[in-house]
Design a protein around this ligand. Structure first.
Ligand code: CO
Ligand code: CO
Ligand code: CO
Length: 316
């Protein structure tokens, strides 16, 4: 789109970043983002929690503080009980309360398919914005949540996911990225993004491209839900994973030792995934240790930022 230049737009559409940032004055900029989707779990309260944790994540990925939220609701009010809608909204509200975010409004429409999400407004210091564009050669890459939520959600839809697998992804998806965001700022992160629909590889590539660097990923180190490997073996792979692979694989150099099932998981679209953080090696180690103490036990260094080739990823 032919967007007019506006010096107050500090982060706009050009770098595929997580949220938009608009400067108000020397001290304060607005951070804005919106996300909504169809249910990926059966329990309405849990779905509300996941949707809000997911929507807030783009603010946390940039190092911002979310302040207000507005509900986006599509619901078949003539065919489904309003009590289901109430549970979804209560689930969402519970996450807003946990995040210290005030619900200030929203909008609903009648729709044959349920959809829920949140428009979020937050603040950030204009000089402390973490985008995906400043990863530096020599940085380590930290990932804060395991991968495989898309595959396990697909297995759930197919009626084959174990209760344990669903419990694990729900626990992960409802976890706010707030703690990870606060600590990455303290440890001087250079760049960050959150892992969502474009998969680990897609979002890592966005960072590599925006930062004009390459990345090497130690695939064995990448945290993965074990059940996701199991279900991937059964072919329970969401369509989005194939689109991601089609779209991104031309910029991925794949070492022959990497198991194909693991590659499927690296292309798996995530819901409310973790943060991918680029920061210097010592700080990366300390960040991982701190996040584990804080309960983000799957946090781990998964690779490093290299000079060549820019905009590409090597999977080892
Ligand atoms: Co994002
Ligand atoms: Co988003
Ligand atoms: Co209105």
């Amino acid at each position: 789109m032919p967007l007019p230049k506006d010096p107050k737009v500090l982060v706009g559409l050009d770098t595929s970043d997580d949220a938009g940032v608009y400067q108000l004055n020397d001290e304060v900029a607005l951070v804005q983002t919106v996300d909504f989707f169809t249910p990926i779990v059966d329990d309405p309260f849990t779905f509300g929690q996941v949707a809000v944790a997911n929507a807030l994540s783009d603010v946390y990925a940039m190092g911002g503080t979310p302040l207000t939220g507005m509900n986006l609701v599509a619901f078949p009010i003539k065919t489904l009980s309003p009590s289901i809608l109430k549970e979804i909204l209560l689930g969402g509200l519970s996450k807003m309360v946990e995040a210290g975010v005030a619900l200030v409004g929203g909008h609903s429409i009648e729709d044959p398919e349920i959809k829920y999400g949140l428009a979020v407004t937050g603040v950030i210091h204009p000089k402390k914005i973490l985008t995906n564009a400043k990863a530096k050669v020599g940085d380590k890459l930290v990932l804060t949540k395991p991968l495989g939520t898309g595959i396990i959600a697909t297995a759930l839809k197919g009626g084959v996911a174990s209760e344990e697998a669903v419990r694990k992804i729900v626990e992960s998806m409802v976890t706010l990225n707030r703690t990870a965001s606060e600590w990455m700022k303290k440890f001087g992160a250079h760049a960050c993004t959150d892992i969502t629909g474009f998969s680990f590889i897609g979002h890592a590539l966005e960072m590599a491209t925006a930062s004009q660097v390459g990345m090497t990923i130690q695939t064995e180190a990448v945290p993965v839900f074990p059940e996701a490997m199991e279900y991937a073996k059964l072919g329970l792979i969401p369509g989005g994973a194939y689109s991601n692979r089609d779209f991104f694989s031309c910029r991925v150099d794949l070492h022959s030792n990497v198991p194909d099932l693991l590659v499927d998981i690296l292309y798996d679209p995530q819901t409310s995934g973790g943060l991918l953080i680029s920061l210097p090696p010592n700080e990366a180690k300390e960040l991982v240790a701190t996040l584990k103490e804080e309960g983000l036990v799957h946090s781990c260094i998964v690779g490093e930022v290299v000079e060549e080739p820019p905009g590409k990823i090597r999977l080892l």
